[in-house]
Design a protein around this ligand. Structure first.
Ligand SMILES: NC(=O)c1ccc[n+]([C@@H]2O[C@H](COP(=O)([O-])OP(=O)(O)OC[C@H]3O[C@@H](n4cnc5c(N)ncnc54)[C@H](O)[C@@H]3O)[C@@H](O)[C@H]2O)c1
Length: 429
């Protein structure tokens, strides 16, 4: 490997662009030399933006990977069910990988990827971006310092927000589990990874409940039309109307996420056309979605440590909160406020709590800084130029979060039955 790390990006949608933007902030350390997508306009826009040579632009990941190795590392940013094929082909070509989560919705495929990477001596870093944020790094550091004693249990929640659910999990890419993956894996393998990482033990058993309660035809207001447009009597009052969620942002000149998912071209004409004809212009009560809109998971970890996690989109604001309870104190963490409150058990006569604010420069980037920090740490790992960060999410380690999420889904589908992790692994690997 030369001094500057060469990167090939496969899948030039939202994530591929986000990591490319992070890589572009480190021009002395890396350069994007190849790219691939099945949509020609995305290849052109991306190739032009990052100065990728014409003969290094490809019309699919498969085509790029037919060639001898073109770069040191491949960023695999395609959709969930394509990861396995792209990852295996790229490893066989000798690329290190930055691999989007979920690794795969099929556990045996996750294990195959980890095994091949180990055999080839290649790094596969899975994009559990939360681990790389200042907030979770600080929380991990505080837990490892021992100031709350031994962890006994954790309570965590993710408020997805009503409009994000409608965008991604009703109208969008992850609305249908067969096409993408179950929501508890897709959205919350991050959270399962965080629980596992903070506890530092493997899961023993999992149970889960959840369902699709609201975003279905039976819940549609009377007369709601199939497309969300002026023809619908609820167009101006429905909280999910495309006017409120996309067009008004465009009129205000805002074309960032999630508007850029509807149309990468930042003009009102392109946005209106995408909403007229594409999936994001559908009524949220008349889509082909089948993933849950709320789910709760209980996890038993080794040493009797327990955790419960609640994912729900029926909230006005989004965000995550976590409470870590130990034998000598607790941490209450407000992820979106970058705040951790440590309360030791000393006495009840005065307030002994300490508040840590964890925000930093990196927080200005996506996912609380995680999108940038994961790329920086990957580059640090592969170039050896800097110290590797605290939270590397290697694929072998990432599998545990997938086991918890997939076992939770099995439990949910079976009405909440107890699924032992060991059994899940045995039956699915
Ligand atoms: N780490 C995170 O926090 C996070 C957040 C959102 C999404 N994701 C994951 O990232 C992945 C991509 O999500 P996204 O939002 O960027 O989706 P996207 O639809 O915006 O991008 C996927 C891109 O892959 C392209 N593509 C399809 N088939 C291809 C092929 N054979 N070869 C090359 N390109 C191909 C599509 O045309 C599209 O441009 C998903 O697996 C998703 O679960 C991770």
């Amino acid at each position: 490997m030369e001094n500057k790390l060469k990167i090939a990006v496969i899948g030039l949608g939202s994530r591929g662009n986000s990591y490319a933007e992070s890589a572009a902030l480190l021009p002395d350390d890396c350069e994007i030399v190849a790219c691939a997508d099945i949509l020609p306009d995305r290849v052109k826009r991306f190739g032009d933006k990052y100065g990728v040579a014409e003969d290094m632009r490809f019309s699919s990941g498969e085509e790029l990977l037919e060639h001898e190795k073109l770069a040191d590392v491949a960023f695999i940013c395609t959709m969930d069910r394509l990861h396995y094929g792209h990852a295996m082909a790229a490893l066989n070509r000798g690329y290190h990988l930055l691999l989007e989560k979920p690794v795969s919705p099929v556990l045996s495929e996750c294990i195959e990827i980890a095994d091949l990477a180990a055999k080839k001596g290649l790094e596969v870093i899975v994009c559990h971006v939360l681990r790389y944020t200042n907030f979770y790094r600080k929380l991990k550091e505080l837990i490892d310092s021992g100031i709350i004693g031994d962890i006994v249990c954790i309570e965590a929640y993710e408020r997805v927000v009503y409009w994000h659910q409608a965008h991604s999990f009703v109208r969008g890419n992850w609305s249908n589990a067969e096409r993408s993956s179950p929501m508890i894996l897709q959205k919350c393998c991050h959270d399962m990874d965080i629980l596992y990482w903070l506890v530092g033990k493997k899961s023993v058993a999992v149970s889960s409940f959840g369902s699709l309660s609201h975003f279905k035809a039976s819940e549609a207001p009377e007369g709601a039309t199939e497309r969300c447009d002026e023809g619908c009597p609820h167009y101006h009052t429905c909280p999910y109307s495309v006017d409120k969620n996309y067009l008004e942002w465009g009129r205000r000149g805002v074309f960032t996420w999630p508007i850029d998912v509807v149309s990468q071209v930042p003009t009102m004409e392109a946005l209106e056309e995408a909403l007229r004809t594409g999936p994001y212009g559908r009524c949220v009560y008349h889509c082909d979605n089948d993933v849950v809109d709320h789910q709760v998971v209980n996890v038993l970890f080794e040493d009797g440590i327990t955790a419960n996690f609640n994912m729900c989109p029926f909230t006005a604001e989004g965000g995550r909160k976590i409470v870590v309870m130990g034998t000598k104190g607790d941490f209450e963490g407000f992820v979106d406020d970058s705040k951790i409150i440590f309360s030791p058990f000393i006495d009840r006569f005065s307030d002994h709590s300490v508040t840590y604010m964890t925000e930093g420069v990196e927080d200005n980037f996506g996912h609380g800084g995680g999108d940038y920090a994961i790329v920086r740490d990957l580059i640090a790992l592969l170039t050896g130029k800097y110290d590797v960060g605290y939270s590397l999410t290697r694929v072998g380690d990432s599998i545990e979060s997938h086991v918890i999420a997939l076992a939770a889904e099995e439990s949910r589908l079976a009405g909440g039955k107890l699924v032992r992790s060991e059994d899940y692994i045995k039956e699915n690997s």
